[in-house]
Ligand binder design. Structure first.
Ligand code: COA
Length: 333
């Protein structure tokens, strides 16, 4: 059934912190090598937010760029959806802090918690408000400072993650572009393979971590790898099927950027060339929910996306969660 309104991305913005952490710098922190990291992950460097800078500050910079790119004012935004696994505070939410920093006084604001899949969950949440006519302009801001939740004595995780922020303005569009279909899902039964404890810490959480490290990422890398490779392919196929669209009609797939081998594995399952799989993880590392909006902003600025192109966004992450979205691109190149 045709929806009365569609939701399309009309503005994008992103920011990576200036400070970089290269693989060779990591060699002096843990027992690892540039060669191992590049071969096993594809990552060469990641960006690190300076101590003392709130994440909301980075998020607000990306948000301002996205609103300007959309040709709007902060006062035009009616809802802010924030996504992060590394908030400055449990309350106020990232979304409320961004609202304050950018002066979006007319907006409701809340965070969506779905780890690395947060951006897709926010797209699926935001589009409901637009399709049912409640709001016209929504800001989605995804920002992460994973370096603050990383144990830099654990070589199995500390080489993977980085910091960054991406934002989009999702607005009512009337040219039949925008979100054609989206799927979100969760496998809570397997949530214990990727955790960041906060106010509660179980015996297992303590046993899995180095002594004295509580609120840091722990992950069963190979379990997550298997889940991610399978679900990236499955969720892409499902969203295409739901809209009766074939893979060869897709210009680009924008996956969550966790590991180049996951992307290659999923591309093989999808029988699609790596040319169609957008990737920037070489210089960002895994920036959780910020990875897809940062990629979209980059691709848009490089002129890789033109109005009417069909693209797939697909993510997986802690929870475990997953999601995919099929979009007909709404912005002129
Ligand atoms: N440098 C050097 N050696 C390392 C290392 C590092 N940074 N990290 C792990 N190793 C070692 C291990 O200790 C192990 O040594 P061992 O055989 O002597 O025990 C060996 O390398 C192989 O470890 P393994 O865990 O099997 O490597 P892998 O090929 O599975 O790669 C990950 C590990 C973490 C890169 C991979 O599992 C992965 O990317 N998983 C998904 C992670 C992810 O994307 N999570 C977020 C999802 S949102």
């Amino acid at each position: 059934m045709m929806k009365p309104f569609k939701a399309g991305i009309i503005g994008l913005g992103s920011v990576l912190p200036d400070k970089k952490l290269t693989n060779s710098q990591l060699e002096s922190i843990v027992e690892t090598s540039d060669e191992w990291i590049v071969k096993r992950t594809g990552i060469r460097e990641r960006h690190i937010l300076d101590d003392g800078v709130p994440l909301a500050n980075l998020a607000a910079k990306a948000a301002v760029k996205a609103i300007e790119d959309a040709g709007l004012q902060p006062g035009d935004i009616e809802l802010i959806l924030g996504t992060t696994v590394t908030p400055d505070y449990l309350t106020p939410s990232l979304a409320c802090m961004v609202q304050k920093e950018i002066g979006a006084k007319n907006a409701a604001a809340f965070d969506v918690s779905a780890a690395c899949t947060g951006f897709i969950y926010a797209i699926q949440t935001g589009r409901q408000f637009i399709e049912n006519g409640t709001y016209k302009n929504i800001l989605i801001v995804s920002a992460e400072a994973l370096s603050r939740a990383t144990d830099f004595t654990d070589r199995k995780t500390c080489v993977l993650f980085g910091d960054g922020a991406g934002a989009v303005v999702l607005s009512q569009v009337d040219d039949n572009t925008g979100v054609d279909s989206a799927i979100i899902g969760a496998v809570g039964d397997d949530g214990d393979v990727l955790t960041i404890p906060f106010l509660y810490t179980s015996e297992t959480d303590i046993a899995n971590r180095n002594e004295g490290k509580k609120q840091v990422i722990w992950m069963d890398g190979s379990e997550v790898f298997t889940f991610a490779s399978r679900i990236m392919a499955d969720a892409t196929k499902r969203v295409l099927n739901s809209a009766d669209v074939e893979m060869d009609q897709i210009q680009y797939v924008f996956p969550h950027q966790a590991n180049m081998r996951i992307l290659q594995n999923a591309a093989k399952r999808l029988n699609v060339s790596m040319d169609k799989i957008y990737s920037n993880l070489e210089y960002t590392g895994n920036i959780s929910s910020a990875s897809i909006p940062v990629c979209l902003d980059e691709a848009s600025k490089k002129g890789l996306l033109k109005k009417g192109d069909k693209i797939v966004l697909v993510a997986f992450g802690g929870g475990l969660t997953y999601g995919s979205a099929l979009l007909t691109w709404s912005k002129e190149a």
